[in-house]
Design a protein around this ligand. Sequence first.
Ligand SMILES: [Zn+2]
Length: 174
Amino acid sequence: MAERVVSKLKVVTLPDPLARPPAEDPWREFRQVEVIDLKLEFRFRHSLGKYSRFFLELEHRRLMATRCPRCGAVWMPPRPACGNDLVVTEWLELPGRGTLAAATECAYTLTTGGGKDRLVLGYVALEGASTLLLQQIRNYGDPRRLTVGLPVRAVWAEGPVNHPMELFWFEPAD
Ligand SMILES: [Zn+2]
């Protein structure tokens, strides 16, 4: 019979992982499994909304946080409304210097296509910020250098990128 489903890779009958006799296997009628080749592709038109200025200023190599005029909290990443008291915040540029608060190596690369290398993300406490910014850490050499308190600096991409967050990353400052 001709192939009716071109994506079908195989049909297998899987054994009961508990090795029960078939009569005692409650899933015996469900052990035949079809495996298909499935490709998913999504495209989003996504507004960055009230956060847009943060992303737009990255093109000018500026890191924009927001500051609450009431409690003084400096949000980075920015928040249009203060998380403490819901007051509308003001934009504030921060220097691209800070210290590492945490770092981890990720099992997956960026879905935006921005990197095929091993991805290391770190929480960075930028000078003047009350909160931590999650961003890529690159060019750190020995991973054992990635300790809490390591001085880091923002480094800016030279060429075009897919997503605004790929316009910068952090590296050890020395
Ligand atoms: Zn506030």
